[in-house]
Structures are given as structure tokens and as C-alpha cells.
Design a protein around this ligand. Structure first.
Ligand code: FES
Length: 105
């Protein structure tokens, strides 16, 4: 069953709801943020990289060329392939950072 969780974007203090079978990138797009780069949505381009600071999540297959073993071990994921299993706090990093931080400024 699809559960809904609250996701906090640490960069801006914004929250959005995300279902357990909805990927985090889709949730951020629903926020209506202009400038969220639309990449491959398939775990292969790396534009949607985020750092999960707290909370449980699961991921689907992500390309090793975008995400190293070390990054994954630190909680860095590709948002298009990451799904919340609890309320989550994340920090946007990488190419998406500019779009998110522009609005915060
Ligand atoms: S959109 Fe390409 S890796 Fe997420």
C-alpha cells in the first residue's frame, strides 16, 4: 500500500509529501519548482543527486558512473531512483542545487 511521508529539503526548509512508491524527484517536481533539471529519470545521468540526511528510504538500480560506492554508503542517492520509507530530510547537491537555492535566496 502507498504510504505518504513528509520530505524536508534542508536547503530551503520546504516540505513536500511523497508516497512510498513515488520517487523523490517526482515529489520535488510536484512542488512546482521551476528549474529542476529533468534528466533521464532512470538513474543514469546523475543530475538529481541528493544527500539523505535522515530517514529511511529504498532505492532502485542506479548507474555506478553517476554514484560511487562511497557516495551511496554516505546516503547520497539519485532522487529519481529513491523512495521514502519514513519521513526524510534531504539536502540537494550537484546540478539540482542551483535551481533549488535560487528560490531560497
Ligand atoms: S534524472 Fe537522471 S539520474 Fe535521476
Amino acid at each position: 500500500m502507498d504510504k505518504r511521508f513528509s520530505v524536508l529539503i534542508e536547503n530551503t526548509g520546504e516540505r513536500f509529501n511523497c508516497g512510498s512508491n513515488q520517487n523523490l524527484l517526482r515529489g520535488m517536481e510536484v512542488l512546482g519548482r521551476r528549474g529542476i533539471p529533468v534528466g533521464c529519470r532512470g538513474g543514469g545521468c546523475g543530475v538529481c543527486k541528493v544527500h539523505i540526511l535522515s530517514g529511511e528510504y529504498h532505492t532502485q538500480r542506479m548507474s555506478r558512473s553517476c554514484l560511487s560506492v562511497e557516495e551511496e554508503a554516505e546516503g547520497i542517492v539519485l532522487a529519481c531512483k529513491a523512495f521514502p520509507d519514513s519521513d526524510v530530510t534531504l539536502r540537494v547537491i550537484g546540478k539540482m542545487c542551483k535551481a533549488v537555492n535560487n528560490v531560497a535566496a
